[in-house]
Design a protein around this ligand. Structure first.
Ligand SMILES: [Zn+2]
Length: 298
């Protein structure tokens, strides 16, 4: 890859790669990803069954359950334990969904399928990535540290598709950019006579090393981020959740639930603030990268 660059740019590039590689290692070693976290009920039939750093959700129905995010291969026994601590059977998971095709949310999918026989349903543009175990990823496909066991997709989803089981209906919203098929899930949950719009954000983050300008492996990346922010803004949200608990201050909110009172997970303002902040970060990164490209022009 470096050979096609002018010689004077090569050391800079190597340096950037070194930083990226270090960043990757740090990300993979984030201890919070494997740190257990108590399983708990968020609202109605929606439960948190992830670790401290990686969110996973169980949505229960009388006809079996839906699991969102299998996380790392090593997360699967943890998720299983969380499901069982809540009094449900892991083997009753009938449908497996993901936030997006990155190893920290989908590496355990082959194992979950094997243990439960769940149907794996994935947004169209993320299907080649999960079925190649990450090799088809536009950014990390050549990084052995980010690859994982491939898992066969049983149903290919398209933007706006619904996933229904036992009276529960989830809608898959394509919110691309972070991955090509990044998915934000929504559902309505009734509790104590109130209906809540639940939004589980796929990811609005621009990862270190993402090229928003002249990206040969993902030419539409910037336009896709723009689309994603439009979609997130248009979604009605009462209960704000996401692929990582850090998006919505999961730990603080969980601690607050112990005090009683109204559910801290009802957080319409927090959702808007989050989308605003992430969009600003994206725009300043895009501006920085566009300015860099312009200064390179003859
Ligand atoms: Zn990701």
């Amino acid at each position: 890859m470096l050979h096609c660059l002018p010689r004077r740019l090569r050391p800079v590039c190597i340096c950037v790669l070194a930083i990226l590689f270090t960043g990757t290692l740090l990300a993979q070693e984030d201890p919070s990803w494997m740190e257990p976290f108590p399983a708990f009920k968020i609202v109605g039939n929606v439960y948190y069954v992830g670790s401290r750093g990686l969110a996973s959700y169980l949505i229960t129905t009388p006809r079996g359950h839906i699991l969102i995010n299998s996380n790392l291969v090593s997360s699967v026994p943890q998720i299983r334990e969380s499901v069982e601590k809540l009094g449900f059977h892991f083997s009753d998971v009938k449908i497996l969904l993901i936030s997006h095709a990155h190893w920290d949310h989908d590496a355990g999918s082959a194992e979950v399928k094997k243990l439960t026989g769940a149907q794996y349903m994935v947004m169209d543009a993320d299907v080649p990535v999960v079925e190649s175990g990450g090799k088809d990823d536009f950014q990390y496909g050549n990084d052995p540290g980010m690859l994982y066991p491939p898992a066969k997709v049983d149903r290919v989803l398209h933007d706006g598709d619904q996933v229904a089981l036992g009276g529960v209906v989830l809608t898959a919203h394509l919110t691309p950019g972070h991955t090509k098929g990044c998915t934000t899930w929504t559902l309505k949950v009734n509790e104590a006579g109130k209906s809540h719009n639940v939004v589980i954000v796929g990811s609005p983050n621009v990862n270190p090393g993402y090229k928003l300008v002249n990206n040969s492996t993902y030419p539409a990346i910037a336009a896709d981020y723009e689309k994603m922010f439009r979609v997130l803004r248009a979604l009605p949200c009462d209960i704000f959740l996401g692929a990582h608990g850090s998006y919505y201050n999961m730990e603080e909110k969980f601690a607050e639930t112990k005090k009683g009172g109204p559910s801290p997970f009802v957080d319409r303002e927090g959702y808007k603030r989050f989308v605003d902040e992430k969009e600003q970060t994206f725009r300043s990164e895009l501006q920085k990268q566009s300015a860099g490209e312009q200064s390179k022009a003859p």
